[in-house]
Write a protein that binds this ligand. Sequence first.
Ligand SMILES: Nc1ncnc2c1ncn2[C@@H]1O[C@H](COP(=O)(O)OP(=O)(O)OP(=O)(O)O)[C@@H](O)[C@H]1O
Ligand SMILES: [Mg+2]
Length: 360
Amino acid sequence: MPLGASLSLHELTRFYEGFGAVKGVSLSLEAGSFLTLLGPSGSGKTTTLMMIAGFAEPTSGRILVNGRDVTHVPAHQRDIGMVFQNYALFPHMTVAENVGFPLRMRKVAKSEAADRVQTFLKMVGLGEYGRRYTHQLSGGQQQRVALARALVFSPSLVLMDEPLGALDRRLRLQMQEEIKGLQSELGLTVVYVTHDQEEALTMSDNIAVMEGGLITSYASPRTTYETPGNRFVAGFVGESNFIRCRVVEAAGGGSTAHIPALDVSVEADTSSHAPGTDAVIFIRPERLRICDDSSPQVNQLAGVVTGEIYLGESSMYRVRLGPDLEVRVKRPNRGYGKPVTVGEPCMVGWRPADAIVLAA
Ligand SMILES: Nc1ncnc2c1ncn2[C@@H]1O[C@H](COP(=O)(O)OP(=O)(O)OP(=O)(O)O)[C@@H](O)[C@H]1O
Ligand SMILES: [Mg+2]
């Protein structure tokens, strides 16, 4: 089986009549690794994939696959498989003809092509479906046909544009596992696009966050989630609390931030911010705790519980700390611990190490 290809993009741009859909994307991806592009609608994810695949011409920049410049190479000569955002199956072709299409484009001999089509249909669990038409398939089955079509010619690089977007949660989880399984079995390099943050966190070696045609963060899932480099990434991936603060001059080696909305100061790592600057304390709901006097926290603020969302294994509480400040606190439902009641006062605490001070 072929090993995955390395990929590098150098200042890739795509303009549409003066509008920059992609405005200088550079990255390099190791062979066999899984990169996810995550970003809001219109941030340039599909445009980036279409350029890598050869279906859209870059306005400028270069694309290298295994060190070879493919920027101006036609799509079917690039050795890149693609699963499109809407599957883009051919409705007038059977399932087998759809999967065999890339092989016909590459002039693979008929008998070999038929064998390969059957092998890949089996691999995605559709061995018996070759003669059906795509409108006779469920959404999940169509997705598998698109996947088989992207893999049938053993590409070393596979691009997937929200391949699981149309599936229900259970099927999505199952397909996530299958895609990861195929990726490691075949040693594929994958560039994946999703709107689903959980999917990005579980599947990727690295996550590139796109914003307005640019990559504004490129890091492992853990770093992206736990120590995001900027407020956009912190707010886009996962649930967040942002508490406005002003950095106070460090006194006696400690660092302090003042929260104007409450007129209190808390301990925080402000080392990368100048004293006097406005910033935000970023903290995930699961890093805040509802505490009582028996387990005092370094930072502890009094509030009132204003709402609860029951999530099964946990609950998300809204806690009002002041007239203009509310935080969300996530707590596992373990069946013990101080009961939390909407309308009742409570204390919210956190360790300084669980918060990050980000530029406002
Ligand atoms: N053919 C086109 N002509 C003009 N503008 C385009 C064209 N294709 C895309 N755009 C614009 O480029 C920007 C990026 O589009 P793109 O499809 O790459 O976004 P995306 O990140 O994939 O979004 P989504 O998450 O909604 O799929 C958008 O503002 C879009 O309107
Ligand atoms: Mg898109």
